[in-house]
Ligand binder design. Structure first.
Ligand code: GRF
Length: 216
């Protein structure tokens, strides 16, 4: 089986990237990680990737005259590395139509909320302020609008009494580490496809029982 050759783009610690690398160590996993690229020099995830023997690229966006020139340099590195698909994992840089169009239908993002609720930053504090009983995370295809695009998969976690943004964020992050490898596998194996602006998943699907808030 040919494995989809994926680049992971990061800006920071790279814990989701690490989850993807670990999943891809299994030869039966339908994607391989061909490159980890960061726009922030010294991003923690770069060291993790190098330690795992993965090729890395460090492109400091401040060294470029604008967003698009940075993206053109990044795109060249992706093409040189034979990359077919991109996973954003804590990549804190808005993308221009140049890059979004170049990777349309071939780029995923993970966001720490149950989209379409709470796009943008500070999702856990905003979820707590809103009083929601469930929080969670979303893997979606990237479009020109930030945190908007066909949803591949979501995981929900309860909001518990006494939670603050840190405790809730840690619970969501643990779910992210399970969700992203699973969502990428669905796409890389061809089971998840965008049809009429939504993701259709073919084949058998595990149907979980409804979840109720554990304080009930
Ligand atoms: C994650 O919460 C991800 O959902 C968001 O940025 C954070 C990145 O964390 N987009 P890490 O670098 O993967 O640890």
């Amino acid at each position: 089986m040919a494995r989809l050759r994926v680049a992971v783009l990061i800006s920071g610690r790279g814990s989701n990237m690490k989850a993807l690398l670990e999943a891809a160590r299994d030869p039966a996993y339908p994607a391989e990680i061909g490159l980890v690229a960061a726009n922030v020099p010294g991003a923690g995830g770069l060291a993790l990737a190098r330690a795992a023997g993965i090729a890395t690229a460090e492109l400091d966006h401040r060294q470029y005259s604008g967003r698009e020139s940075f993206e053109r340099a990044l795109n060249s590195r992706l093409i040189e590395a034979g990359i077919e698909f991109v996973c954003l994992a804590g990549f804190m840089r808005l993308l221009t139509p140049y890059f979004v169009d170049a990777w349309a239908g071939r780029m995923l993002n993970i966001h720490p909320s149950l989209l379409p609720a709470f796009p943008g930053l500070d999702t856990h504090a905003r979820a707590l302020d809103a009083g929601v009983r469930f929080a969670g995370c979303t893997v979606h295809f990237v479009t020109g609008e930030m945190d908007v695009g066909p949803i591949v998969a979501q995981a929900a976690v309860p909001v518990l009494p006494g939670d603050d943004a840190a405790t809730l964020g840690a619970r969501v992050l643990a779910a992210e580490h399970r969700l992203y490898p699973g969502a990428l596998a669905l796409v890389a194996s061809g089971r998840a496809k965008v049809v009429d602006g939504k993701v259709r998943i073919d084949g058998p699907t595990a149907v979980p029982l409804p979840a109720f808030n554990p304080t009930l």
